[in-house]
Design a protein around this ligand. Structure first.
Ligand SMILES: NC(=O)C1=CN([C@@H]2O[C@H](COP(=O)(O)OP(=O)(O)OC[C@H]3O[C@@H](n4cnc5c(N)ncnc54)[C@H](O)[C@@H]3O)[C@@H](O)[C@H]2O)[C@@H](O)CC1
Ligand SMILES: Nc1ncnc2c1ncn2[C@@H]1O[C@H](COP(=O)(O)OP(=O)(O)O)[C@@H](O)[C@H]1O
Ligand SMILES: [K+]
Length: 469
């Protein structure tokens, strides 16, 4: 099977898109059985890596996910593992029946399974449409509890593939989840993604699906050109408000994310300003400075009428702007000029924006981010444990789960400063959002546990080092 391009392997598909992609492969001459063999053998190899020479139990359901299970079981048997299959239901598809017919090992009842090394869940995959009935739920949880390692194939049983919603309560936690053919939204959406363990993708030759979402990847960031000077590298103007300390956190990160010059406009210069940060009290002069290539407004802005006026003046400058924190609560449709903007709301700020822009606030997080991007014509970074980025042209980027240690005060200011620094450097809102979000997540990984927002801001530099071309 030829190896697909990185772009194809980073797409994230809905069930409908996956089925359409599968139909395309079939129309091009590949059989369903061949796809199942490719998927099952690829997944079987991952199971073998976890199992070593150990014993494996595969739980097979009625659909093609169950079919994959029969292929995996035969693959492991051929490689000398002790394998047994628990057949939860008779195969109901032709491909699954064919896969079962090729299996030459043991089939046992769930009750007979004692403690073994690896459990493989092929009960249901992307075709799950409703909660597991009691007998299958008990079988799944009982078997999962009797194995040292648990591997879910494609999507863990009980999880809705498109939303990541758990259709049953108290589902097992997995050591590894092996996605087949393409990533599904559940692999990046809460609560499902938190229980999946490590995630791996098996390539079965699926081609590019137009309009598909994609996974956030490490960006490639060039070093400044040989003849670079500070202004051409990007000058970021930071509009501070009533509490300029929050802006300092943004500035600390922005200084380490690539911009060549950082200026902060504040009524009162805050204490502890690093010497590299130029502070001015003349906000209008800063906003009028043609060398300023991007602005950041929001961290520590406050929510007073004066803050709202300052926000309106800032946006009136018509520069590429990152709008964060209090500015998201004060933002009104008439303030936007069409300049490239990045909005970085958490849940609460998203709800405020939805009210201000007349949106229903209904739907999945990615759908809400998409609606907000369309309404504002801005790039929206909807923050949380499962952060998504939506672009005004329908672009959708989902982020692998970042460190939960990010749930500490001030990390949002760091994210805003990082994105703003990238925006000042490259002028492209979507690209800046992706680069900034990746740098933020990587900085958190590098920091280890229990870091402060200030430490995170400093670690942005080490994250940037990993992106240099
Ligand atoms: N789409 C593709 O390109 C490929 C798909 N493959 C596998 O096929 C899977 C999808 O196969 P299917 O569409 O057959 O879906 P599933 O294997 O997830 O099962 C769907 C079947 O279960 C029934 N069902 C759904 N929810 C149920 C519930 N709660 N209780 C009882 N029955 C329920 C459905 O009516 C349907 O008959 C993927 O997850 C993947 O594992 C792979 O074999 C290779 C290629
Ligand atoms: N449990 C979590 N797992 C991963 N990332 C998280 C988690 N909780 C918060 N974050 C991230 O931390 C940052 C918090 O931002 P925000 O809510 O604006 O906080 P603050 O206003 O204190 O700066 C966001 O980037 C968010 O995605
Ligand atoms: K499964």
């Amino acid at each position: 099977m030829p190896r697909s391009s990185d772009a194809v392997l980073s797409q994230v598909l809905t069930v409908a898109q996956m089925r359409a992609a599968e139909e395309d492969l079939i129309a091009a001459g590949t059989s369903v059985d061949a796809l199942m063999q490719a998927a099952g053998r690829g997944a079987g190899e991952w199971v073998r890596r976890i199992a070593g020479g150990g014993s494996v139990t595969v739980l097979c359901g009625p659909g093609n996910n169950g079919g994959d299970g029969w292929v995996i079981a035969e693959y492991l048997r051929e490689h000398g593992n002790s394998v047994q299959v628990v057949q939860a239901r008779e195969p109901a598809t032709e491909a699954a029946r064919n896969a079962k017919a090729l299996y030459g090992g043991a089939v046992v009842s769930a009750d007979s399974v004692t403690t073994r090394d690896v459990f493989v869940d092929c009960l249901f995959g992307s075709g799950l449409t409703r909660a597991l009935p009691d007998d299958l739920y008990d079988m799944l949880c009982g078997l999962a509890g009797r194995h040292r390692h648990r591997i879910a194939i494609d999507v863990p049983s009980g999880i809705d593939s498109d939303s990541g919603v758990a259709l049953n309560a108290d589902l097992p936690h997995w050591t590894l989840t092996v996605a087949l053919g393409a990533w599904k939204h559940a692999h990046f959406a809460m609560p499902a993604c938190a229980a999946m363990g490590a995630t791996r993708l098996v390539d079965i030759g699926v081609t590019a699906v137009p309009g598909a979402a994609r996974v956030l990847h490490r960006p490639r960031i060039p070093a400044p050109a040989a003849d670079a000077h500070k202004y051409r590298r990007g000058m970021l103007g930071l509009v501070a408000g009533e509490m300029p300390g929050a802006g300092l956190l943004s500035a600390t990160a922005a200084l380490r994310a690539g911009a060549g010059y950082l200026k902060m406009a504040a009524k009162l210069a805050p204490a502890g300003v690093p010497p590299e940060l130029v502070v001015t009290t003349d906000v209008d002069a800063m906003l009028a400075d043609a060398r300023v290539s991007a602005l950041l407004v929001g961290p520590g802005l406050g929510r007073s009428d004066e803050a709202a006026r300052l926000l309106a003046r800032t946006l009136h400058a018509g520069r590429p702007t990152v709008i964060d924190a209090d500015a998201l609560v004060l933002l009104r449709p008439a303030m936007l000029t069409g300049a490239p903007c990045v909005l970085t709301p958490h849940e609460g700020e998203t709800a405020a924006l939805e009210r201000a822009f007349g949106l229903s606030g209904q739907g999945l997080r990615r759908e809400r981010a998409g609606a907000l991007a369309e309404a504002t014509r801005a790039v929206v970074v909807l923050k949380g444990p499962d952060t998504v980025i939506a672009g005004p042209g329908g672009e959708m980027v989902v982020s692998p789960r970042a460190s939960s240690w990010l749930s500490v005060a001030g990390t949002g200011d760091v994210l805003a400063g990082t994105i703003a620094s990238r925006l000042a450097t490259n002028g492209q809102a979507l690209r800046a959002a992706e680069e900034g979000l990746w740098l933020h997540g990587e900085a958190a990984r590098l920091c280890g546990p229990a870091f402060t927002a200030g430490e995170l801001a400093h670690a942005v530099q080490a994250a940037l080092k990993e992106c240099l071309e």
